[in-house]
Design a protein around this ligand. Sequence first.
Ligand code: BGC
Length: 395
Amino acid sequence: MKLSQSALLAFAAAVLAAPSPTTLEQPAKRAAGCSSAVTLDASTNIWKKYTLHPNSFYRKEVEDAVKQLSDSSLADAAAKVADVGSFLWLDTIENIGKLEPALEDVPCENILGLVIYDLPGRDCAAKASNGELKVGEISKYKTQYIDKIVSILKAHPNTAFALVIEPDSLPNLVTNSDLTTCKNSASGYRDGVAYALKNLNLPNVIMYMDAGHGGWLGWDANLKPGAQELAKAYTSAGKPKQLRGISTNVAGWNAWDLSPGEFSTKSDAKYNSCQNEKTYITKFGDALKTAGMPNHAIVDTGRNGVTGLRAEWGDWCNVNGAGFGVRPTADTGSDLADAFVWVKPGGESDGTSDSSATRYDSFCGKSDAYKPSPEAGTWNQAYFEMLLKNAVPSF
Ligand code: BGC
């Protein structure tokens, strides 16, 4: 082949400029966040624009699980779970350390979901998720937990964040205020949630306050007091602009729009018109509006693929037979529901079934609870495989 001199020069330049084979083999590293500051408009559904990020911690848990599958025919399906967006739980002061690594691979079109979960006297009506802070340690909650998270979120203005604020806390004050533990936790919960809302109110953050689920605050007698309790926190926080509404069904099992609902044949069903989450967010949403609080919702569909498994509506621990549910999407068919999201990382336990453990809760020993199960938040490989096999839609 005869080449002209200019063609030769062009050829040499191309060879010099060509990436070496090693460069080619390296995965493209995505820049974290956007090229400029993110502003989330809480008067709109931001989930139409942003995709829930498949966070690297859950990805790692799932990738490890794929290596340990008891049934290798599940491998392809299991690997796909790593690509599903899910929330990262900041459930201890130490676990705030997960935040910076987790935001390293968030592309501009994604939003990183975080669960704020460390109130003093946490999980006051149960034992499985009792936290590290004791009743009264509210100043530690503020300065060593919330303030630390605030400063990290402020330092990353080019990344979008979605926050679920303190699952189960205010709902417990509405329905379990007769328990000494919840009585003792009450002022810290109210103060702590308001402090979190006020200080995490940043332009790159959208917030949802937790509102339990239809089988909890959906009872006729609970709708109004529930909405008032949440609205009070919103008002004491100075009506933060970035609060969009509520999260529901977090770590829960309720169907989105099953009708008639799962528990509608129970004798007490007449006292609860919110037999599915769609009805719940509508009725509770009305009550919130009356109470003066923003009322859009995100709904956890991580583990609600299979229904008809619970003996009682209130059974919350590692429900046996469960399957992954609908993948995160802003396509909910409801103006009030911003998105279906995965908040509870499917495969992480709700609580230990070891009756000798300090945090053993009898709900985790019930006949409809999967056993054996490890401590809350730790991985249960067998449970993950069950969720996968029973996923609706399937993977
Ligand atoms: C646990 C947390 C955990 C979360 C997500 C909660 O039940 O108490 O420690 O991070 O579930 O799995």
